[in-house]
Design a protein around this ligand. Structure first.
Ligand code: ATR
Length: 282
C-alpha cells in the first residue's frame, strides 16, 4: 500500500477547523493518500510538537491562531511574503529544511479577482482592523495597484504603525497608491467612498457583535468582504447589506484558496477549488 502523505493543522482553538476536509477534497482529485490531523497546540508546546511531527515523517502543517507569528521561529527559510506578513500559515519540509510561507494574501486575491470578479487595480479599498490578519493581506492588495488603500482601526496608533512599517517595505508611493491610516471615527471613514470594504477585525469571532460602522460608509460599495468564515452571514455582512453594499462575502473562498496554495507547496499539485467553493462544508 502507498504511504500516506502526513499533513496537519495546528492552533488553539482548533476543533472548528475545516482544513482536514478541504485537503481531503484536494487529495482525492489526484488519488493522493493523505492523513490530515487536527491538533491543539499552543505557543508553549509548538517547538516540541513541530520537532516530533517532522521527525516522524510529516510533510506539511497549516498554522492558525495563535501560532502564526511564533511558528516563524522554527523555520530554516522564510518566504518573502511571510517576511512581509511577519507571520506564516504554512510550514513544510523540503530536503532537510523547514520552509515557512504565508498564503493568506494569495488566497484573498484569488477569491476576490477570480471567484468574485472584483478587480483591485484603480479601486478604493478600506481595511477595517490592523492586527495580524490585516498585515497578512495588505502587501498582496498593494501589489494589485489600487488607487487608494485605507486602514481604519479602533486603536489608531496600531493602524499608523502598521502603515509605516508596510510603507517602508512595499513602497506603495512608487506606484502612486494613496495609503492612509486612521481610526474608526466618521471623519476618517466618511471622507471618501470605497469600492471594497474588508473586515479584518476579530469582531466576527464574537457572535452578534458589531463594529458600529456608519451606514453611509457602504454607499457605492461593490463588495463588503469579511475575512471570517461562518455558516451564517456575519453581523458585518448583514449591516453592509442593509446599508447598501451591492454584494457581501465571507472568507470561505479565501480559506479554500489559501489551502489550495498550501497544498501546491506540499505536493506540487494545483487542485481545482470549484467544487468546494460551490459547496461550503458545514
Ligand atoms: P488578528 O490576528 O485576527 O488580526 P489581532 O492581531 O488580535 O487578531 O487583531 C484584532 C483586530 O480586531 C484589531 O485590529 C482590533 O482592534 P484594536 O487594535 O483596537 O484592538 C480589532 N477588533 C477586535 N474587536 C473589535 C471591536 N469590537 N471593534 C472594532 N475592532 C475590533
Amino acid at each position: 500500500m502507498d504511504k500516506k502523505l502526513k499533513l496537519a493543522v495546528i492552533g488553539n482553538p482548533i476543533s472548528h477547523s475545516k482544513s482536514p476536509e478541504i485537503h481531503q477534497d484536494f487529495a482525492e482529485q489526484f488519488d493522493t493518500k493523505i492523513e490530515f490531523g487536527k491538533y491543539e497546540v499552543t505557543p508553549d508546546t509548538l517547538k516540541e510538537w513541530l520537532d516530533s511531527f517532522f521527525e516522524d515523517g510529516g510533510k506539511g502543517v497549516s498554522i492558525t491562531l495563535p501560532l502564526k507569528e511564533s511558528a516563524l521561529n522554527y523555520a530554516d527559510e522564510i518566504s518573502d511574503r511571510a517576511k512581509l506578513a511577519s507571520a506564516c500559515n504554512v510550514i513544510y519540509a523540503k530536503g532537510d529544511k523547514l520552509f515557512a510561507d504565508c498564503t493568506d494574501g494569495f488566497g484573498l486575491i484569488k477569491d476576490l479577482e477570480e471567484n468574485l470578479t472584483v478587480f483591485l487595480e484603480g479601486k478604493k479599498i478600506l481595511i477595517l482592523g490592523a492586527g495580524g490578519a490585516a498585515r497578512g493581506i495588505i502587501p498582496s492588495i498593494l501589489e494589485k495597484n489600487p488607487k487608494k488603500l485605507k486602514i481604519a482601526n479602533r486603536t489608531e496608533s496600531k493602524a499608523l504603525l502598521l502603515k509605516d512599517d508596510l510603507e517602508s517595505k512595499v513602497k506603495p508611493n512608487e506606484n502612486k497608491i494613496i495609503f492612509e491610516a486612521g481610526d474608526l471615527s466618521n471623519s476618517f471613514l466618511l471622507d471618501d467612498s470605497y469600492d471594497l470594504v474588508i473586515n479584518s477585525t476579530s469582531v466576527s469571532t464574537q457572535a452578534g457583535e458589531s463594529i458600529g460602522l456608519p451606514k453611509a460608509l457602504f454607499s457605492g460599495t461593490k463588495l463588503a468582504y469579511d475575512l471570517y468564515y461562518s455558516a451564517e452571514k456575519t453581523v458585518f455582512m448583514q449591516e453592509a447589506l442593509v446599508a447598501g453594499a451591492e454584494k457581501v462575502s465571507d472568507g470561505w473562498g479565501m480559506l479554500v484558496e489559501q489551502g489550495a496554495e498550501s497544498f501546491r507547496l506540499w505536493t506540487n499539485l494545483i487542485p481545482d477549488t470549484s467544487r468546494l467553493l460551490d459547496k461550503p462544508i458545514d
